[in-house]
Design a protein around this ligand. Structure first.
Ligand code: ADP
Ligand code: MG
Length: 283
């Protein structure tokens, strides 16, 4: 059975669904089982995070959801339909912004339309308006090297959003940023996706980020990648934007719960000790 938690409104439609999904990467030295027996359903408009140690299959889950390749076994569904390849309904945002240095920010935002050959009149204005909404009112005519890392990630978010996807897949989009910029962007992304009613799956190895941004946190363990736990974020924290949630009552308890889950099953951390900055132990 797909796991949709009970305290959420039961009527919520399911947008993403993984059923009995296993995936093996096959190479010259044999096969490696990256995921085994995953069941997960993400409701429409829901924000779910995937956490777990390096190599536990987080990026593989996003690649399957994005339709980059099919799973070895099991089903991947988008609004009840099998995912058969990349779709404009799904946007993908990565740690690296992959902005092309020779294109202006505006032309980077619009690159998907240029590749498809369907940039229309008004596209430039739409790009500039979206950039302004994301806090980059004067960036359209500038080049990537003129922007800071945080500004570049805003531009990358604009590029992802301009195609109007229903679903956003976010693979560690903040992990290369300074802490203050990262906190600002967490709020911006959270507010933007919420306002637009997007469904989101965030991969992060930062447990505090997962706790602050999402409605549910899926804890994965490695070898092979399986779901160890699905933790519901308490309703009073879900309502708050990430920087507020981090300061709210109940946040530390949630963080501890995630930490213990990871520590016990994932990276060998000691219970209650050495919480550090909330990074999942890396191998
Ligand atoms: P995570 O994102 O959690 O770090 P990945 O999904 O990238 O994990 O990888 C899961 C496992 O699959 C790891 O053991 C990794 O080495 C392996 N893997 C990932 N991509 C490939 C690939 N293209 N070919 C072979 N093995 C891969
Ligand atoms: Mg990864």
């Amino acid at each position: 059975m797909p796991m949709l938690s009970k305290d959420r409104n039961g009527e919520r439609n399911v947008t993403l669904e993984l059923t009995g999904v296993s995936h093996a990467y096959v190479g010259v030295r044999g096969a490696r089982l990256a995921l085994e027996g995953l069941n997960l359903a993400v409701g429409t408009g829901e924000f779910v995070s995937l956490v777990g140690p390096s190599g536990c299959g987080k990026t593989t889950v996003l690649s399957l959801l994005a339709g980059l390749f099919p799973p070895s076994r099991g089903r991947v569904l988008l609004s009840g339909q099998p995912v058969r390849g990349p779709s404009a309904r799904i946007g993908y945002m990565l740690q690296q912004d992959y902005l092309f240095p020779w294109r202006t920010i505006r032309d980077n935002v619009l690159i998907g339309f240029d590749i498809a050959g369907n940039r229309n009149a008004g596209a430039s204005e739409a790009a500039d308006a979206l950039l302004a909404e994301l806090g980059l009112p004067d960036a359209g005519g500038r080049y990537p090297h003129e922007l800071s890392g945080g500004m570049r990630q805003r531009a990358a978010l604009a590029r992802t959003l301009i195609a109007g996807p229903d679903v956003l897949l976010l693979d560690e989009p903040f992990s290369a940023l300074d802490m203050t910029i990262k906190l600002q962007l967490e709020d911006l992304v959270w507010e933007t996706l919420r306002k637009l009613g997007k469904t989101a799956v965030l991969v992060t190895h930062d447990l505090a980020e997962a706790a602050a941004m999402s409605e549910r946190v899926v804890v994965l363990v490695a070898d092979p990648g399986t779901i160890a736990d699905v933790v519901d974020v308490p309703a009073e924290l879900r309502r708050l934007k990430p920087t507020e949630a981090r300061k709210a009552q109940g946040f530390n308890a949630l963080f501890d719960r995630l930490w213990k889950r990871i520590g016990r099953d994932g990276g060998g951390a000691e219970e209650g000790g050495g919480v550090g900055d909330g990074e999942v132990p890396q191998e």
